[in-house]
Design a protein around this ligand. Sequence first.
Ligand SMILES: CC(C)(COP(=O)(O)OP(=O)(O)OC[C@H]1O[C@@H](n2cnc3c(N)ncnc32)[C@H](O)[C@@H]1OP(=O)(O)O)[C@@H](O)C(=O)NCCC(=O)NCCS
Length: 199
Amino acid sequence: MIAEALWRAWERDGTTRPLGYLDDDASLLGRKLVDVPVVGPIAALFEISRDASVVVAIGDNRTRKRVFDQLASRGARFASVRHPSAIVAPDVRIGAGSMLCAGVIVNVGSVIGDDVILNTGTTVDHHSCLGDHVHLGPGVRMGGGVRVEEGALIGVGATVLPARQVGAWSVVGGGACVTERVAPHATAAGVPARELRRG
Ligand SMILES: CC(C)(COP(=O)(O)OP(=O)(O)OC[C@H]1O[C@@H](n2cnc3c(N)ncnc32)[C@H](O)[C@@H]1OP(=O)(O)O)[C@@H](O)C(=O)NCCC(=O)NCCS
């Protein structure tokens, strides 16, 4: 998905061209996916290019944060990637290394943190705030004024009613409807969403 978004953006405005994937699985070296080759392990970033920007395209939030923090501590530059079909209000702030997939909509006054994934067709309505390392799965619907704290995962097709809060490193199940606050580190699912466990 990341390569596809980059190619589409490259076709449209010629600003960002995918150079290659970095993957620690040595067996993937040289293999191509969406016409982009695996060029080496993550540690090889600075040998391959000092000027390139990087996006950590790992779905698991804790793993993505770990890799993001390692690269940041070594001075990596992060790109934020936006599929050309994404609709983003002009005043929206998007952090470093964040990725907006095809069909995403982010409405006015919203703030998206660093290293965030907004997956296919997700909508984030006005004045919402997403912390760093958040992942909204495909087709998530968020009302206005929602706050999603660092590292939370909202599963595919879930809905978050306006002005609700989703706590740090919590998980909201696919298809859930969040009608009240989800506590930090909780897993909640169902309609309305109920806490399955915490921690
Ligand atoms: C909610 C979720 C985190 C629970 O996963 P889990 O801890 O492995 O839970 P289990 O599969 O063991 O299920 C525990 C119980 O919750 C129920 N459950 C699981 N997911 C549910 C969901 N999305 N909605 C309603 N109930 C759910 C199960 O049926 C089970 O019920 P039971 O105890 O009565 O049998 C997971 O099912 C989920 O929805 N993850 C979202 C993944 C996603 O969309 N990621 C985006 C990737 S792009």
